[in-house]
Design a protein around this ligand. Structure first.
Ligand code: BTN
Length: 232
């Protein structure tokens, strides 16, 4: 598990929730990862439910909270690098803020949460099953003939996360941003972005130096810090 201290559970409500509980009780140190076989109350972004049956990967890395917006891209790139390592290069892309797509379908999810001085990086990867969603298509690694256990995938992911964190620390966000942009899905295409208050349509022009999505609405280039992207 490289530099990560591993805590494994069979079934727990949510690896992110447990990570936060342990941080609050000072019972977990930075560079730990909690991993569970299944979750009974897996959480997605915006308090959505994350279906978590046995067979997929559910984990939460605990790191020192330095810059959550950079870590969003660092985490997505680590999932992307892991897919590359498994031989999934063609059709694999990044969707803002931190999704990784295979043939345009959502394969995984990342939920970042700040708790005191810690950042919890929750990652779920569909290995053997994906939950149908009415808003976007989903897929699992098994749809692409990949056979891997959650523990093996965690090992690959942990190493890639360590490498990308090192790139961020040694070289700064510019390199992470550049790497992410190389694999960005539908750059320069029309997208719809929904935020808590509005829905906007425009051309996806990349990400700012702070990680905000750049949307050219025709009138101005908007910088969006949080929201959901839909491809039109
Ligand atoms: C999303 O795309 O909405 C983010 C999903 C994040 C799911 C992972 S699974 C491991 C960790 N524990 C949770 O309860 N959620 C994250």
């Amino acid at each position: 598990m490289g530099d990560w201290k591993l805590l494994h559970f069979d079934d727990i409500p949510s690896t992110n929730e447990l990570a936060k509980e342990l941080v609050l009780k000072s019972e977990i140190s930075y560079n730990s990862v909690i991993y569970a076989d299944s979750q009974s109350s897996g959480k997605g972004r915006y308090d959505r439910k994350w279906h978590s049956p046995k067979g997929n990967l559910y984990c939460s890395f605990v790191v020192e909270n330095k810059n959550p917006s950079c870590y969003s891209f660092v985490s997505a790139l680590s999932v992307l690098d892991s897919f590359f390592e498994l031989g999934l290069k063609k059709g694999t892309s990044c969707k803002w803020p931190n999704d990784v797509l295979i043939d345009g379908k959502k394969s995984s999810g990342i939920l970042l949460e700040v708790c005191e001085s810690a950042l919890i990086i929750g990652i779920g990867i569909n290995i053997i099953s994906s939950f149908l969603n009415s808003k976007y298509e989903t897929c699992s690694l098994s749809d692409y003939g990949i056979e891997i256990s959650p523990q093996q995938l965690l090992e690959v992911l942990s190493n890639n996360l360590s490498s990308n964190i090192k790139i961020l620390n040694d070289k700064g966000f510019a390199l992470i941003r550049e790497k992410w942009l190389n694999y960005a899905h539908n750059l320069d295409s029309q997208i719809e972005v929904t935020t808590i208050n509005e829905k906007m349509v425009g051309i996806f022009k990349g990400i700012s130096e702070q990680g905000a999505l750049l949307l050219d609405t025709g009138k101005e280039t908007k910088q969006i810090m949080a929201g959901d992207v839909f491809y039109l």
